[in-house]
Design a protein around this ligand. Structure first.
Ligand SMILES: Cc1cc2nc3c(=O)[nH]c(=O)nc-3n(C[C@H](O)[C@H](O)[C@H](O)COP(=O)(O)O)c2cc1C
Length: 360
């Protein structure tokens, strides 16, 4: 099968070469370093960190310092920043570059209330002058370090105000090196479906790489979105939760037109245990066990006995018992299923996700 994009081809973002064109989306509370690392190991060419606030007073909080911890991360390290003040955003960019960021991504894509009330995230799309001021200030702060700046946005503020093309052109003129477009408006939150016409229009309007994002949950959908939009890369968010090997699945399908086999159940167990150990290492036992529950829940949610297991697992409060429960669950499953049962890859609980995003 011929694809509109050779997924194994590298992609340049400014002077930085990405190994392929399958990206993991930034998701606050999800794409921490252990999860990004796992996605990269399993086929993602690029993974953007969860957003870091531009508010200096929060930089030393535990949450932000964890988010800014890139120890051992597979390059390139890309940090997303969010805020409403151009000077503060420029400072945030410089701060993260000092801590290892090789690419700075500006968040104009997240509809989180906490962010939007302060006119950050996708709310910035309603104020194009401010959005551009921020882009210019961040580009100016990054240029001396030769750090490319990228921008993630939605299609617009509302169905009546789809200004992604205008913002994309202005951002490119201001020096942005790559644009990601999630095919929903800010007003939509996570409701309805992503549309790809606006992404195609952005792609046609600029010369920098354009990344298509929104509702990509199967290899077929990845191919469809790439063909339809002509985008240079795709970005997967919710469909990678609990299934981080989806990047490898997509790469295989784009390269061969066939589906590779489901992963071995014992292999999935191994990936999850490795992920948990990294997770505990970053968060410590108390927070680690609790925040790991969602990853485990996503991993088992559509599997036989997954719901019952999830309920039981939520009662466990130390690393050892969590690891043992996960091991037992997958060992038991592997007695009946050598390979992971092929469950429907629905996107996960949109409202809960949106609420989650709003708290981060
Ligand atoms: C839990 C959650 C947290 C998110 N956090 C961010 C974020 O911090 N920054 C951002 O630009 N987008 C964020 N997003 C949006 C995703 O990056 C992505 O654009 C969106 O989920 C659509 O892609 P998908 O359909 O593949 O999930 C978040 C989404 C979810 C579900």
């Amino acid at each position: 099968m011929h694809t509109p994009l050779a997924p194994h081809n590298t992609l340049m973002v400014g002077s930085i070469e990405l190994p392929n064109r399958l990206f993991a989306a930034p998701m606050a509370g999800v794409t921490d370093r252990p999860f990004r690392q796992l996605c990269k190991r399993l086929g993602a060419g690029y993974a953007v960190s969860e957003m870091v606030t531009s508010r200096k007073d929060l930089w030393h909080s535990l949450k932000t310092s964890r988010r800014a911890n890139h120890e051992g991360e597979i390059a390139p390290i890309s940090v997303q920043i969010a805020g409403t003040d151009a000077a503060m955003m420029a400072e945030a960019a410089a701060y993260n570059i000092e801590r290892g960021a090789q690419i700075i991504d500006i968040n104009m894509g997240c509809p989180a209330k906490k962010v939007c009330n302060k006119w950050a995230g996708s709310a910035l799309m309603q104020n194009e002058a401010l959005a551009l001021e921020i882009v210019e200030a961040v580009v100016a702060a990054c240029a001396p370090h030769n750090v490319p700046v990228t921008l993630k946005m939605r299609t617009g503020w509302s169905a009546q105000n789809k200004n992604a093309v205008r913002i994309a052109r202005a951002a490119e003129a201001a020096g942005v090196a790559m644009l990601t477009v999630h095919g929903r408006t800010r007003e939509q939150g996570y409701k309805g479906h992503a549309e790809y016409d606006t992404i195609a229009a952005v792609k046609a309007a600029v010369r920098v790489p354009v990344v298509a994002n929104g509702d990509i949950n199967t290899p077929e959908k990845a191919l469809e979105v790439l063909s339809y939009t002509g985008a240079d890369a795709i970005m997967v968010g919710r469909a990678a939760q609990g299934r981080p090997w989806i990047f490898g699945d997509i790469a295989h399908f784009l390269a061969t037109g066939t589906h590779r086999a489901q992963p071995l159940t014992q292999q999935v167990k191994q990936w999850l245990l490795e992920h948990l150990n990294e997770h505990y290492g970053l968060y410590g036992e108390f927070a680690g066990v609790r925040t790991a529950r969602k990853h485990i829940g996503w991993a088992v949610r559509a599997l036989p006995g997954g719901e019952t297991f999830r309920g039981h697992m939520n009662t466990l409060d130390n690393c050892e018992s969590q690891i043992r429960a996960v091991t037992d669950y997958f060992d038991e499953l592997s007695l009946r299923h050598d390979r992971l049962p092929d469950t429907a890859p629905d996107l996960i609980d949109e409202d809960a996700q949106a609420a989650h995003c709003a708290t981060n």
